[in-house]
Design a protein around this ligand. Structure first.
Ligand code: SF4
Length: 492
């Protein structure tokens, strides 16, 4: 809380053998106690995940079976206790999925057709399924189809409650029953697992044999060798946190391109890609100070996702006078850490305390394709679609006194602004003769746009031209290949 953390995540598990209602309610007590301890610093918010214990073969709880009815009762018990606390979000694992997990985890060879049928019904990576209903339907359908529905439904009550109440002798006999995975030798004796189960139910602590005595689980022997008990190493001395160097001694401006598949990574991922490359390059990059230091890196005007950039810029500050070095060698050193589709085209030294890169941007040059889409109701009186008057639409756009763009601000409030001042040039790259003689609606057109960039980084984007031209041509247009050819900087 003192360092700004207001919310923490906590993970708990319920349904372990030997667990009582007090243990379940203890989760709510732990949360209450945590919040009370932090009360003088503000309200601590908690995100809880409550998962259900599902036993696994070759472990002391392999004889246990989940009980969905019992899970539901314990979840409800905890839900009621947590309702009395504020600032708590809780996520309970679906008990039906825990039952499926138990069924799959401790089944026998009859499981094979179930696995295949469930996979064919779309199951797989179920923890990440968007819909628990879909997962559940896939598995239960497969279980029923294999004729194992009755066995699956036994999990509603589970088989543990009665076994937990057995005497030590009866429990030992219960544990001698054959299990489907007995023929697999994991190295641990089944008898030791049964004894360990009794120790667990009696809450007896078994020492970790890496550091203390051997409890003869059966793993060590002539085949595997023997465990060597070693004293725990002392904890390493704490390393005091060291802030990265933040002196601002020199600034270099790199020209670069973002091509090929890299056009499909976002602006944020481009920044991350550069940060990692810088770390690997070993260049003396200058970092911002504060709690979360970042390299002093500035990219000019973010490139929209999917757009190729052929003349982009970024500025990078260093803690050493790199401008006195061979700048081409610096460029090669950084290029060696970047993908081929991210070529560094140029490097130059700029004054470290001069205007920022964004203040020096002047114009953006774009090339983009627009393709007319078929109308919902194609013309019926003529066989052919009418020729589109691209030249007229472009001339009309350039002659417009205002070009109003409507969108919403960051808070979702509608806003309008006139973008006409940004439009410098707009023209067709292909001559008119390239179009089909009949002005076919399928024919794409390639346009060149030149737009100013103001000091706030506002400019024009191809999708705005797409919108205004579609209005003038009265047909929907699809935006095709888009390239930002260059970002022009103000002359020095
Ligand atoms: S030392 Fe070997 S046999 Fe003994 S408890 Fe550890 S793993 Fe098992």
């Amino acid at each position: 809380m003192e360092t700004g953390y207001r919310k923490i995540k906590l993970y708990f598990m319920i349904g372990l053998p030997g667990e009582g209602d007090d243990d379940v309610l203890g989760i709510a007590d732990t949360c209450r106690s945590l919040q009370e301890r932090c009360r003088d610093l503000g309200r601590l918010e908690l995100n809880l995940t409550i998962s259900n214990f599902t036993p696994k073969p070759h472990t002391p709880f392999q004889w246990h079976s989940v009980s969905t009815a019992e899970f539901q009762r314990r979840q409800e018990l905890l839900r009621r206790a947590l309702r009395q606390l504020r600032g708590i979000k809780v996520n309970f694992t679906d008990v039906r999925l825990s039952a499926v997990e138990d069924f799959v985890g401790r089944s026998d060879r009859r499981l094979a057709p179930v696995l295949e049928a469930a996979w064919r019904a779309g199951a797989g990576l179920d923890a990440w399924f968007e819909s628990a209903e879909r997962t559940y339907a896939a598995w239960t359908g497969a279980i029923e189809a294999a004729g194992l529905g009755g066995r699956y439904r036994q999990l509603e009550m589970g088989g543990w409650g009665s076994a937990e109440a057995l005497s030590a002798g009866d429990l030992a006999a219960f544990c001698r029953q054959p299990l489907p995975w007995d023929h697999i030798d994991s190295g641990v004796d089944k008898l030791w697992l049964a004894e360990d189960l009794q120790r667990a139910l009696a809450a007896t602590v078994v020492e970790d044999c890496s550091f203390a005595g051997c409890s003869s689980c059966g793993v060590c022997g002539p085949e595997l060798g023997h465990n060597v008990v070693i004293p725990a190493p002392p904890p390493p001395p704490p390393i005091p946190p060291r802030s990265p160097a933040s002196e601002r001694v020199s600034r270099l401006r790199f020209g670069f391109a973002k091509t090929g598949s890299l056009a499909l990574i976002s602006h944020l991922d481009t920044v991350r890609l550069l940060e990692r490359a810088l770390r690997r390059s070993g260049l003396p990059v200058s970092f911002t100070g504060g709690f979360h230091p970042l390299p002093r890196l500035q990219l000019a005007l973010s490139l929209p996702l999917g757009v190729v950039g052929l003349g982009e810029w970024f500025d990078l500050e260093f803690t050493a006078p790199l401008e006195r070095l061979d700048l081409e060698a610096v460029r090669r050193q950084l290029q060696a850490q970047l993908p081929a589709e991210f070529p560094l085209l140029s490097v130059a030294s700029v004054p470290v305390f001069g205007p920022s890169l964004s203040q020096e941007l002047q114009k953006a040059h774009w090339h983009f394709d627009l393709q007319p889409l078929p109308l919902d109701s194609p013309p019926t009186t003529v066989d052919r679609a009418p020729a589109l008057d691209w030249d007229g639409a472009l001339a009309d756009l350039l002659a417009a006194e205002t070009l109003i763009w409507s969108d919403t601000d960051k808070k979702g409030r509608p806003r309008q602004r006139d973008c006409r001042p940004y439009l410098l040039r707009l023209g067709r790259l292909r001559p008119a003769g390239d179009l089909d003689p009949d002005g076919s609606l399928e024919q794409p057109i390639r346009l060149a746009l030149e737009a100013t960039i103001d000091l706030q980084g506002r400019s024009l984007r191809p999708e705005q031209l797409q919108h205004w031209l579609a209005e003038r041509l009265a047909v929907p247009l699809r935006l095709g290949r888009v390239e930002r050819r260059s970002l022009e900087l103000r002359p020095c």
